[in-house]
Write a protein that binds this ligand. Sequence first.
Ligand code: DUC
Ligand code: ZN
Ligand code: ZN
Length: 469
Amino acid sequence: MGITVIKNGRIVTAVDDYVADILIHDGRVHTISREIPVGEDTEVHDASGLIVIPGGVDVHTHLDWEFGVSKTVDTFASGTQAAAFGGTTTVVDFCNQTPGESPLTGLEEWHTRSASACVDVGAHMIMLDVNDQSLLDMKSLIHNEGVSTFKLFMAYPGVLMLDDGAIFKSMRLAGENGAMICMHAENGPVIQVLIEEALAAGNTAPKYHSLTRPTIMEGEAVHRAIKISELSESPLYIVHLSASEALKSVTEARDLGLPVHAETCPHYLFLTDEEYDRPEFEGAKFVMTPPLRTHSHQQDLWRGLSTDDLQVISTDHCPFCFAAQPYGMKSSKQQGADDFSKIPNGAPGLETRVPLIYDGGVRNHGLSLNRFVELTSTSPAKLFGLFPRKGTIAVGSDADIVLFDPDEAWTIRADEHHSRIDYSLFEGREVTGRVKKVFLRGQLIVDGPEWKGQEGMGQYQHRGDAGKS
Ligand code: DUC
Ligand code: ZN
Ligand code: ZN
C-alpha cells in the first residue's frame, strides 16, 4: 500500500484536539505533524473544516445471529458496511455456545459467518452451558483465540439464563485469566411470571413487553451481578443499561473502587416508552431488551455519561425486520402480532450511533468532543482489549480514521441505509454532523455516499486482556 496523507484536519482523540496532517503508511499512522510535504505518488485528502476522529468501536452487535426461532437480518457484509457508513470501523460481535457443545465450535461457526466482514471484527462468546469442560474451553478462548469477553444472561429462563452458581464460576475463571463478563442483567424468573400473567389477562400488545420488564428488576439483577463479581474478584461490564436503579448500583460500586463498567445505547438516550403507544403494531419496532424507559431514567443516563459512571455507548444492533419474511427470513416482528412475548427482541442502530451521539451528546447535552470520542471509540477499545491498535489516532495505531463534518445537517431515513433492516428507530430525525470519509487501516472505504471497500476486507481482532480502563 502506498502513502496517504490527510491534510489540515482538526484531530480529536479522547485527550487531544489540534490541527495537523496525518501520514499513513502500511495501514498505520506513521507521522502526525503540522505540515507534511506531499510527494507525487501520495494520495491526499483535504480535511479542512472537518473533524478527524478515530474509527468508532461498537462492542455490541448481533450480526447473522440466531436468537430463538429468529435470525437477525444483517449479514456480516451488510451490517459492517452499515457500520462503516456510520463511522464505525471495528465491531465486537456476539457468537454463542450451543448447549451441550463446546463454545469453541460456536466460535468456529462464527468465523465462517464473519468472513464477509467489511470492517474489523472481534468476537465475544455467549456462554449457555457452564460445566467443567466449557470452563476449560473458556480458558482456551481467552489465551488462544483472542476472545477475552463473555456474555451471560440473568434473563430468559429455560432459554439463555444461567443460575447464580454458573455465573460465579464463569466470573471467577474470567477474573483469573484477564477476561471480563458482560452481563445481561434482568431478573428473568420474575419477568417470566409477569409475562405469563399479562398474556393470561389478554394483554398481548407490544407495550406489554415494556410493562412486564420493570426497571426495579434490572436494578436487582445489576446489584446481584456486582456482588457476585465482587466475590469472584473479576471485572464486570453491564450491557445495555437502561434504568436509574441499575445505574445507581453501578455508581455505588465504582465509588467503592470496584472494576464495574457499563454501557448504554442510543435508543435509551433519545427515545422513551411512549413509542409503545404508537398505533397498530408499530410499537413492535421498539421491542428490544431492556425496553425503552421513561424520561427520568433517560436524564439519569445522561448524568451517568458525564460522570463516567457509564463508559461506553454501543448499539446492541440486533435487527429484525418489521415486514414479514423479507430476504427469505423465517421471522420478523410480525411473529408477535398476537403475542408480545413472541416479538423478536432487538433493534437496529449500527449506522446512526456516531452521528446521533455527536448531535444529541455534543450539540445538545454538553458532552465535550473528547468525551464523544472516548464513549464511542477509545473507552470500548480499552475495555475490550483493542487499545492502542484501535480507539485513537496516534503514531503506530491502525489508520482507522473518520472525517466528520460537524456542520452538515441531514435526516435519518431507513431507505438510505446500508443495513438490510426495513426501518429505523430514528426515522425522520434531523441531525447535524455527518460522516464524510472513512479509512480502514489506511484504505478509503467510504467516500461520501460511495462505497469503496470490499466484502471480506475486515480482519479478525485477537483481543488482549479485558476490563482495563
Ligand atoms: N440482549 C441483547 O443484548 N441483545 C438482543 C436481545 C437481548 O436480550
Ligand atoms: Zn442482552
Ligand atoms: Zn445485544
